[in-house]
Design a protein around this ligand. Structure first.
Ligand code: SAM
Length: 348
């Protein structure tokens, strides 16, 4: 599979418009606050963006960030501005042509930003332990439309778990299917290169994440993907694909279900660009100043991470009240027939 993917991203695709699905996020979907940052990125880097989501979570200033499958570096250069001169962004990719574009413009961006805080490494995201990266040294790891291309997703998440600091998070966009992808689709080189053939059935992804120590994956956003190419559409049949962004926290305290300890948090409204509310995930839209009941896992995700100074915490773990109400297990994505939200919601 490595050869197929390297050929697709290194030689066949020349720019974002060559993709045959709606996987790629266009500028109209980018939040307003991010647009000035993208405007400072070199046009050649922007033209070779092949991501399917946004991987810029809040509160990155001073953070050490790793981008898995950074491609030509659009997200690296956006994140470089968010972490600022005291932070660092490392991009890893296996395709020479993609890395060449990223590295060719490194000095240009250093000049534009006033600092050089990025590093690019050639390597495989399943073999992060072979790279010169210290275990437990990253605050945030991101990835945009890459994990689906990996032939060993367990190894990717194992490597992420190893490289994150305690309380760090893997915040990543990827493509998922509503069912297990049949071999005919998986073995089709174009469908694989287009990030469809290797997509995980969403529930298998959750199983892998849990197996690799991320007990409570949180979905932050999702959208159905359209297969716009008339030649490819019949080849995928009834399969439905989604682009989705998950956040996985490295926290030993997380439980396998959302348990109720009668706790609550109050958001102080102090996270930059998020004065009136903070959205931890699709089911936790936390308005500033409001007492917001949370399960034990959500408490830990706020208390044991870089978000802690921005919240007040009410209660402790001294009494257990059972399962947190609304903890569901239906398909989590919206669109193409509805998901958990359409069926009454779920807390995680
Ligand atoms: C769909 S593109 C996304 C690139 C970039 N994240 C972006 O948003 O533009 C996939 C990228 O992942 C890289 N890639 C795929 N599988 C990889 C692997 N196993 N190890 C390292 N890089 C990989 C490819 O070389 C390609 O640059």
């Amino acid at each position: 599979m490595y050869d197929i993917v390297q050929d697709y991203y290194g030689r066949q695709l020349q720019n974002s418009a060559d993709l045959k699905t709606s996987a790629c996020c266009d500028i109209s979907q980018v939040p307003q606050w991010l647009k000035p940052l993208l405007a400072r990125i070199h046009p050649e880097v922007l033209s070779r963006y092949y991501g399917c989501g946004l991987v810029c979570p809040p509160l990155l200033e001073g953070c050490r960030v790793l981008d898995l499958g950074c491609g030509s570096g659009r997200d690296v250069y956006a994140l470089a501005q968010l972490v600022g001169p005291t932070g660092l962004v490392v991009g890893v990719d296996m395709t020479d042509e993609q890395l060449a574009v990223a590295q060719q413009h490194q000095a240009w961006h250093a000049e534009a930003f006033g600092y050089d805080n990025v590093r690019f490494l050639k390597g495989y995201i399943e073999k992060l332990d072979e790279l010169d990266l210290q275990p437990g040294s990253f605050d945030v790891i991101v990835s945009n439309c890459v994990v689906n291309l990996s032939p060993d997703k367990d190894a990717v998440l194992r490597g992420v778990q190893r490289l994150l600091k305690p309380g760090g998070e893997f915040y990543f966009s990827d493509v998922y299917a509503d069912r297990r992808v049949p071999d005919a689709v998986r073995n089709d080189p174009v469908l694989y290169g287009e990030c469809l053939g290797g997509a995980l059935y969403w529930n298998d992804f959750l199983r892998i994440a849990i197996r690799q120590g991320f007990a409570d994956p949180r979905l932050t956003e999702d959208r159905p993907l359209e297969i716009t190419d008339p030649a490819l559409q019949p080849r995928v049949g009834n399969l439905q694909f989604f682009s989705a962004t998950y956040r996985l926290f490295k926290l030993d305290e997380l439980e396998s279900a959302c348990e109720d300890y009668g706790q609550a948090v109050i958001y102080k409204g102090t996270i930059p660009e998020h004065a009136s509310s903070f959205e931890l995930d699709k089911h936790h839209f936390i308005e500033t100043g409001r007492v917001f009941p949370v399960c034990g896992n959500t408490w830990h995700m706020l208390k044991g991470t870089r978000f802690a100074p921005h919240f007040e915490f009410i209660g402790d773990f001294s009494r257990h009240y059972g399962l947190f109400e609304g903890c569901g297990d239906a398909m989590p994505f919206d669109g193409n027939g509805g998901g958990a939200a359409a069926q009454g919601g779920a807390c995680c």
